[in-house]
Design a protein around this ligand. Structure first.
Ligand code: PMT
Length: 400
């Protein structure tokens, strides 16, 4: 059983934090609720007091609470600081190191892991200031439970809704009691398309949605791995617990994957990386003319092949590639496996209707140096589990 500090900040999702407290208690944890002034405009502190059976902390100025400087003593007692909902204000204060209330002082004082569940209007979430603050916190090791998309309290439809309480509790459990067959492993997953800019308006892209790669990332998180998800442009909500790095072009994906691959136990290249990019990007917008437009395209770096070369004759990281093929996927996949120096190639047959790109379903042949295995049409989530089952067998034993 652990002591969890549950910070509740002022968003409409504050009422869901009551369920989060309950969920943590069901796992045997003790919850100390901290409410900001604006959180108390949405939910009464008595509710949290009754649920947690503890005094709710609402201020650092309460007489009697400073005999042992409460935010400092709580900071060393907690196993996790969980903030749900986390408003743009709280995220900004944490990122800026501004300790102007109990919760933000606790954030600076604690060395416990920090998990935040952001919730706000879509435009606020996408504002560069908020994005920069989230990136700052992510770089410091703060983990996030991604907000969901749907109908928001403000009447908008979009991303920004507080994740469901079960999801938040599950994410907290993963921090508090990590477990699973991939515990202690670092897995880099590249997912989605890349966009190669022609000018400021147009780009060359492809139909990859990111579903396959995101399914692998979610399964790896479930198995206890630390997961770095390098994603090309995708509208999907990243699996909570994965560290997200957004990229746009093949060159950016190359840089991001290679930066982390050397420390990784496994790299899964589910992304549909562009093979060609415009030789130069035109500033502004290319004006149309009657004459045909000729674009010079040059090859992009091959990330998987570079990884294969970089590990030389070694066996780490385990390298998994995908091949989207329309004619004899197994044979073409085998050729790619050998050419790129991968350990496992997942060859999808994209000629079948409703499978592969932008679908929840896939059919594939898993090709290793020892042979092939068919995965008949099924959910990408199920294929992700089969891939990781096979890939786990290729991992070198962990040294303690
Ligand atoms: O995203 P979804 O909508 O779920 O669709 C999933 C998918 C069909 C995109 C996915 O399962 C898939 O097949 N991805 C690979 C697409 C492909 O055709 O790759 P490729 O044959 O061009 O490349 C083979 C392998 O090399 C891939 O692992 C690819 O990520 C990698 N590669 C390719 C080019 C490049 N410059 N660098 C690379 O690392």
């Amino acid at each position: 059983m652990a002591l969890v500090a549950l910070g509740v900040t002022g968003g409409i999702g504050a009422y869901k934090a009551v369920e989060v407290a309950r969920g943590l208690q069901k796992h045997g944890h003790d919850v100390a609720a901290i409410m900001t002034r604006s959180a108390r405009r949405f939910v009464g502190e008595i509710t949290f007091e009754a649920i947690t059976r503890r005094r709710v902390i609402t201020s650092q100025w309460r007489p009697g609470a400073n005999a042992d400087i409460e935010h400092i003593s709580l900071a060393s007692d907690i196993a996790l600081l969980l903030v749900a909902p986390a408003t743009a204000g709280a995220i900004g204060r944490f990122a800026g190191g501004i300790a102007d209330d109990f919760l933000s002082a606790l954030y600076l004082a604690t060395r416990a892991p920090v998990l935040m569940a952001p919730a706000m209007n879509t435009n606020m979430l996408e504002h560069p200031a908020v994005r920069a603050n989230l990136a700052t916190l992510g770089a410091r090791g703060v983990q996030f439970v991604e907000p969901g998309a749907g109908y928001l309290a403000c009447g908008w439809i979009g991303k920004g809704r507080l994740a469901e309480p079960d999801e938040i509790v599950e994410a907290a459990q993963r921090v508090l009691q990590p477990s699973g067959s991939l515990l202690g492993r670092l897995i880099v997953v590249a997912a989605g398309p890349t966009y190669e800019d022609i000018d400021d308006v147009r780009y060359i892209g492809n139909r990859s949605s990111g579903k396959m790669g995101y399914a692998v990332a979610a399964e790896a998180v479930r198995r206890g791995a630390r997961v770095i998800l390098v994603s090309g442009p995708s509208s999907l909500t990243p699996p909570s617990g994965a560290e997200l790095i957004r990229v746009r072009s093949a060159a950016q994906m190359h840089t991001a994957v290679l930066r982390h691959a050397l420390d990784a136990d496994m790299v899964v290249m589910a992304a549909a990386v562009a093979d060609y990019t415009p030789e130069r990007r035109t500033a502004g917008k290319i004006e149309k003319a009657d004459a045909p437009l000729e674009l010079a395209l040059v090859r992009t770096p091959d990330i998987l092949a570079d990884l294969g070369r970089a590990r030389g004759g070694g066996s780490a990281p385990v390298l998994i590639g995908f091949a989207a093929e329309s004619g004899d996927p197994a044979e073409r996949g085998r050729q790619k496996l050998l050419r790129k120096g991968a350990d496992l190639m997942i060859a999808n047959d994209i000629s079948a209707e409703g499978l592969g790109f932008d679908s929840d379903l896939n059919a594939a042949t898993l090709i290793s140096r020892d042979g092939t295995e068919a995965f008949p049409a099924g959910l990408k989530t199920a294929l992700a589990a089969v891939i990781l089952d096979r890939a786990e067998a290729l991992l070198a034993p962990q040294t303690t």
